[in-house]
Design a protein around this ligand. Structure first.
Ligand SMILES: NC(=O)c1ccc[n+]([C@@H]2O[C@H](COP(=O)([O-])OP(=O)(O)OC[C@H]3O[C@@H](n4cnc5c(N)ncnc54)[C@H](OP(=O)(O)O)[C@@H]3O)[C@@H](O)[C@H]2O)c1
Length: 349
């Protein structure tokens, strides 16, 4: 049974303490990432790969022989060159994206369609904890966009481009919903489709008591005090979306695309970059002493990408290397459907 996490992530200090405490708890480990879990011949897409966890995932994937596509807002091309150096794999490529801007996501998807091999595995990792609300080019709020809505927009665009197929279009050769007529082509065995989609989420998704459906997508001002609470809320939306996506991409009898979500636990990354300057030295110290290195924290993500243990599963959620139930609200199909419909509506505005 999963322990309730309510109100453990209401502010940054509580979130840090909860993270440290959770790391020292013993949990049943679900499996092990082995040296033999290779990714040769696979193309792996990773967003937010310029820093922290995403960068470490890129290095590990490259070491395992995967072709790496790093989708980044910054660090082009030097972060890609660094991944090549650290891994000894030169098959590393970078695409630019600003996930706070829908037109930039569209440009990214267009870049993916032009790749010589389409991704087999998508790792959607980018996330932020901003110090205050900020408006995106489309008038949405930045943390809502980067931590949740960008993932929905990206996946929907991949579906429109038939880079992800739902069971209906795969079996019947039908287009996915809301197709762009110019890019439709009949489904065939050559149609590219990912085998796995992995969302980096957080245990803080258990913190919110309810969804705020009426306020969905509406811009709202907030400051540093509310940032952590909203971070947990957008991670709840993300886990709800991941679960719903797994229902939509797979039939009851057959897994076509595995959808996984996970929480890496506390990571010594740049996630607290917007914390007040006065706390930065203390946070850096706490992160360095108690939090996992990005290399260590990347292991459960790479396990979900590379391990044969999870082959054929339609959905799974890991906290560190331990299998957990997701929050009940996120698992409820009614909530999944409602979120999908609201997100679809927002995308059309
Ligand atoms: N660190 C933790 O303790 C912890 C715990 C649980 C879950 N997580 C999750 O782990 C994931 C990775 O975070 P991290 O800890 O590795 O933090 P990080 O070091 O700050 O990395 C975040 C990544 O997201 C990218 N990003 C942010 N805004 C973007 C945008 N608008 N467009 C494109 N990319 C953008 C950043 O790019 P730039 O370098 O260009 O800014 C960076 O590559 C996040 O989803 C986070 O919520 C972290």
């Amino acid at each position: 049974m999963t322990e309730p996490h309510k109100k453990k992530y209401d502010n940054a200090a509580m979130a840090v303490l909860t993270g440290i405490r959770d790391m020292f708890k013993t949990r049943e480990v679900c499996g092990e990432l082995k040296e033999t879990d290779r990714l040769d011949g696979k193309t792996v897409f990773i967003d937010g790969a310029s820093s922290g966890l995403g960068f470490a995932i890129a290095v590990d994937v490259a070491k395992r022989g995967g072709r790496v596509i790093m989708a980044c807002r910054s660090g082009l091309p030097e972060k890609g060159e660094k991944v090549k150096r650290l891994s000894g794999n030169s098959d590393v490529h970078m695409l630019h994206v600003d996930l706070s801007d829908i037109s930039s996501i569209r440009h990214l998807v267009s870049g993916i369609t032009k790749l010589s091999t389409h991704p087999d595995i998508y790792i959607l990792n980018a996330g932020i904890v901003p110090k205050k609300s900020r408006r995106t080019p489309q008038g949405l709020e930045e943390m809502f966009m980067v931590n949740y809505f960008a993932k929905f927009v990206f996946i929907r665009m991949l579906m429109e481009h038939r880079l992800i197929l739902d069971p209906g279009s795969l079996i019947l050769g039908k287009p996915n919903q809301h197709p762009e007529p110019s890019i439709q082509k009949p489904a065939s065995t050559l149609d590219p489709r990912p085998s796995r989609i992995i969302f980096v989420t957080s245990e803080s998704h258990r913190n919110p008591e309810n969804y705020n459906w009426d306020g969905f997508g509406k811009y709202k001002d907030y400051g540093i005090k509310q940032s952590m609470e909203l971070y947990g809320y957008y991670k709840l939306l993300l886990v709800t979306f991941a679960r719903e996506l797994s229902r939509r991409l797979n039939s009851d009898s057959k897994t076509i695309t595995s959808v996984f979500a996970m929480c890496p636990g506390p990571v010594n990354s740049n996630i607290a970059r917007e914390a007040p300057k006065i706390f930065q030295p203390l946070l850096k110290l706490i992160f360095a002493i108690f939090f996992k290195s990005p290399k260590e924290a990347a292991k459960p993500v790479v396990y979900l990408a590379a391990s044969p243990d999870v082959e054929g599963k339609s959905f799974d959620y890991l906290f560190l290397m331990s299998r957990q139930e997701i929050d009940k609200k996120a698992a409820d199909p009614e909530n999944g459907e409602r979120l999908w419909e609201l997100s679809e509506k927002l995308l059309k505005i």
